[in-house]
Design a protein around this ligand. Structure first.
Ligand SMILES: [Zn+2]
Ligand SMILES: [Zn+2]
Length: 338
């Protein structure tokens, strides 16, 4: 066995990821090993790296993985060697708890999450439970598909909770919002993009994608919103967004971590406005979203960096210097990206 794999591993939150090399892992029963072609960088990776949320350590982050199956564990029939697959955040659910039993595996009592409780895709190879992997539509090449697997997918789950909003506000116009805006616009919604104050580049980007309005997060949009989805991890935006939605409007918090929400007058919640969070994904979400994304010809905007630059990628995300999504590619993988 001459084979090794390499990865960028988190040992200690707050410290840079470290390059490690190890023996190539062997897939267990029901698992597949995947040679990684591309892995997106999600804000959740940043929360993990910074210690805002704590999972297993050491851990290899990365949960927007596109790759090819290069080894099969016992009993896998869903995929074959060489198939292109995606690995999302939900790495495995228990299948036995009350949530799993009622189609809410996103809320499973004993879940495993890719790049958080099991090793993820900031690596040359990764092992995943085949039942939780997704087939990637042929319309998307590897690097453009990667951001769909979390930013797109969890954004879409949040969008479905907006329940047919015709005027939709998106707070934080990063990887998730730039995908979701394209789908919502294709479905006939007016999308209002809210960015950090002074982020005119981000606002221009939103307008180029077809948003009807773009402004700072403390500005009033020109119309009352049916719903607002928060991708920015800033609790102060919750009462801000609540003031922008109409009676019966919804504020949906799509991130895994957020700073504290400041107190606000009950009058701002009154008239059946609501606030809710979105947690994780189900496999059904994944299939529905990828079909919708292909049907709407979603085009992700990506910046590709070599996997060895994972720390630089996290720094850029932390600084808000990204238009669209960041994607890491292991050395030796040809991308032909643009
Ligand atoms: Zn469960
Ligand atoms: Zn994510």
């Amino acid at each position: 066995m001459d084979q090794c794999f390499y990865a960028m591993q988190l040992d200690t939150p707050g410290a840079p990821l470290r390059r490690v090399e190890r023996m190539m892992p062997t897939p267990g029963d029901g698992e597949i090993r995947i040679a990684v072609l591309a892995c997106g960088v999600c804000r959740t990776d940043l929360h993990i790296a910074d210690g805002d949320i704590s999972g297993r350590r050491p851990i290899i982050p990365g949960h927007e993985i596109v790759g090819r199956v290069d080894a099969l564990g016992l009993g896998v029939t869903r995929f074959g060697l060489g198939d292109r697959v995606g690995v999302p955040w939900l790495g495995r659910s228990c299948g036995a708890c009350p949530y799993c039993a009622t189609g809410q595996e996103n809320l499973c009592d004993a879940p495993e999450f890719t790049g958080f409780t099991r090793d993820g895709g900031f690596a040359s190879h990764v092992v995943a439970d085949a039942r939780f992997c997704l087939a990637i539509p042929a319309a998307f090449d590897d690097v453009h598909a990667a951001p769909l697997l979390c930013a797109g997918l969890i954004g879409y789950r949040a969008y479905r909770m907006a329940d047919g909003a015709k005027t939709l506000g998106l707070y934080g116009f990063g990887a998730a919002a730039h995908i979701l805006a394209q789908i919502a616009i294709a479905e006939g919604a007016d999308v209002y993009a809210f960015t950090r104050e002074g982020d005119t580049a981000g606002q221009d980007f939103a307008r180029r994608l077809g948003c009807i309005w773009a402004g700072a997060s403390n500005e009033a949009p020109p119309a009352a919103l049916d719903a607002a989805i928060l991708f920015a991890p800033v609790g102060a935006l919750v009462p801000e967004a609540l003031r922008r939605v109409r009676k019966g409007g919804r504020v949906i918090c799509a991130g895994i971590h957020m700073s504290d929400i400041p107190a606000f007058p009950y009058a701002d919640l009154w008239e059946e406005r609501s606030i809710r969070s979105v947690a994780n994904l189900t496999r059904a979400d994944g299939a529905a979203f990828l079909e919708a994304a292909a049907g709407c010809h979603v085009r992700t905007h990506v910046t590709v960096l070599p996997l060895a630059d994972a720390n630089r990628a996290l720094d850029r995300l932390r600084a808000g210097e990204v238009e669209g999504a960041l994607v890491l590619v292991p050395e030796g993988v040809a991308t032909g990206n643009h």
